[in-house]
Design a protein around this ligand. Sequence first.
Ligand SMILES: Nc1ncnc2c1ncn2[C@@H]1O[C@H](COP(=O)(O)OP(=O)(O)OP(=O)(O)O)[C@@H](O)[C@H]1O
Ligand SMILES: [Mg+2]
Length: 411
Amino acid sequence: MEPLNSLKNRFISIRRSADGAFARQDYSSAMDSYASSADVLDEIYNRETSAKEKQEYLLIAKELQARYDECKRNLGLKVELHVGEPPKRSTPKKAPKETKQNRPIIETEEDDIQYEFEIGGDTINVRSFLGDSSDLKDVYFDDVVGMAKQKRIATKEFFASDAQRAFREKLKAKPKNFILLYGLPGTGKTYFAIALSNELKRFHGDTVPFISIIGSTLKSGTPGLMEKNIKAVFEYAKQFERCVLFLDEFDSIAMSRQKNTGDPTDRAAVTTLIQLLGGFCSNPNLLVLAATNTPYDIDGAILSRASLKFEVPLPSSQVLEGVLEKGLGEICDASVDLGEVAKTLEEKHYSNRDCAHLIELAKDLLDDAHENDGSVESLNGKLLEEAIASFHPSYVASEAEKLAEFSKSNE
Ligand SMILES: Nc1ncnc2c1ncn2[C@@H]1O[C@H](COP(=O)(O)OP(=O)(O)OP(=O)(O)O)[C@@H](O)[C@H]1O
Ligand SMILES: [Mg+2]
């Protein structure tokens, strides 16, 4: 069982990242982090802490809830308030203890799974998330609008014919199995990673576990624990004949050693990560997908080892039109020109996530309008305009500029 102190440190670190995301106006990722810190808080609360401490945790839970709800409001989502007790969670699933002979497929039924790793006699808990929602398990390349170039490269690399693969082996061509996905929040990095992983499952007959780890959950205030956690993750993933190791928020474990002068244990962890990546990726059947909003923070030695760097840009108006068409096509008035709407969203720098949230907001408005007047059955231009006017996209110009600079120097 994870020591209480380390749990507390983990809670502090997750919350810090939530506050950071909140400040950057990435409300969705702040919401994810608040939800996961509520989880950790729940665990702390349920351990043997004093009545006074429990009281304090209740106050923190209340504050977390308020921030979570504020994010929801900012995203135009309906708010339900449950204040008082830390939210109750279902018992986390444990990954089955498998042997090399008996490899299980990791269940990804829930969007929040806790894996337990055993390494050197210690048990290490790593919380894992599957992106924004559990329905992502059904996402394939066809669902990913745009990203044609990235899909083409990935298809050539991972879905080659036997003959082509044999030819590559003859050439001793290095496998391109460490992919860095970078881009602004909500542009579709996790979405693409899940689609690629599902395509691999389909291609290889459902034997490719998707191990999804959020970098910041491996961090710890206890010296040396982050390094140990990173090792545990790689040890675990290595056991499978094939697997996709998805390292989200990669910057939090791969921070440049030059920038990260504060904490020597973090620097040691990066050095270890470099070695582990090298070993892991020498097996062409193992794939590392790493995702980040801030590639410019990543250590140069790690960046230079990435076999492919995929920029996941803000969607063009064509892509946005496709997403709108999928989400609203069937419920829109014939008078609504989704192409024009998409152009407006592009000008406002909408991400795909923003667009997905706008779609839900528009549905809510239509639902309300229908409740008031039963004859309103489809989404008209006025309702859509209302939704756009009340929604604030997550775009932050300074972040976009830094990414553009990175992208230019890494073309
Ligand atoms: N190419 C796409 N086509 C259709 N929908 C998309 C696409 N990309 C993203 N979306 C929608 O946007 C949502 C957010 O995308 P995702 O979580 O992958 O963003 P992200 O880049 O991983 O963000 P973050 O940096 O905050 O982790 C998805 O759940 C999906 O609904
Ligand atoms: Mg993501």
